[in-house]
Design a protein around this ligand. Structure first.
Ligand SMILES: [Mg+2]
Length: 265
């Protein structure tokens, strides 16, 4: 094992439902001391980079803006032309504005792109507008494929459900979906950090997104059994390993990962 870069999923790994996980700050401190690169790589498109930055500081995990990779900002790298119709929340609007795109949600102008992420005010009119633009030739981008994810209230719909609704209405599949397990988020992080896939370890709590994406990229992967990771049986993990050849490491909590990092510095 020989890595100089560690990528972290956010929810379920560094924090759970907005609360910092034990040993997350210590792990980041240790990586700093060891001179290793690190970053947050999240499928969540709802928050701005600044909001993440502030949130992480409040948790005792200082992380510069340029180490925060969300599906919203990486998705906005794929925008074409000048205008965009957005279904999403603050993070996605900010990503589109930060790249200089004109958001046409209010004006109804022709949209060169339709971009869709998680939107907790999703409704019929938004489906209708997105569909109209797509049928008029807009490039169609989805932030991440997660159809649902766990919350305090149980499973709730994710961006993948909103993308699927528009795909059904327009009878068109999205041109690109950016988040894990697809490679774009990881590629963007590695490129900006100047890191190599084969010298990078990805730490995640979800086999079919975090870990599968890492395996497909040729990175080492580490499953922590917190967040969604706590739901997998040993049998499910074994089966996944047999089929996909990873994760390389499985740890019950971040404490064991911290110990592992100390022993392998
Ligand atoms: Mg997670």
């Amino acid at each position: 094992m020989n890595f100089d870069c560690v990528l972290f999923d956010g929810d379920g790994v560094l924090y759970i439902e907005g609360k910092v996980q034990k040993y997350a700050p210590e792990i980041i401190d240790l990586l700093k001391q060891q001179g290793k690169k690190y970053a947050l790589v999240t499928n969540n498109s709802t928050k701005t980079k600044r909001q993440y930055h502030q949130r992480l500081i409040n948790m005792g995990i200082p992380m510069n803006l340029d180490r925060i990779f969300t599906s919203a900002y990486v998705a906005s790298d794929f925008l074409k032309g000048e205008t965009v119709y957005v279904i999403g929340e603050e993070g996605l609007f900010d990503a589109c504005h930060s790249k200089g795109f004109v958001v046409v949600n209010e004006t109804g102008e022709k949209a060169d792109n339709v971009i869709i992420g998680m939107d907790r005010t999703f409704n019929y009119n938004k489906i209708a507008e997105a569909m109209r633009h797509i049928l008029n030739g807009s490039f169609f981008i989805g932030t991440n494929p997660d159809r649902n994810f766990p919350s305090k209230e149980g499973l709730i719909p994710g961006a993948g459900s909103m993308i699927a609704a528009v795909e059904a209405a327009a009878e068109r599949t999205a041109n690109i979906i950016v988040g894990k397990p697809f490679p774009y988020l990881y590629k963007s992080a590695l490129q900006h950090l100047g890191a190599e896939a084969k010298k990078t370890l990805m730490v995640g709590d979800r086999l079919e997104t975090d870990i599968l994406g890492a395996i497909n990229m040729g990175m080492e992967s580490c499953l922590v059994q917190t967040g969604i990771g706590s739901r997998y049986s040993q049998n499910e993990i074994d089966k996944f390993r047999h089929t996909h050849g990873g994760p390389d490491y499985v740890f019950p909590t971040l404490f064991e990962f911290y110990q592992f990092l100390k022993e392998n510095s």
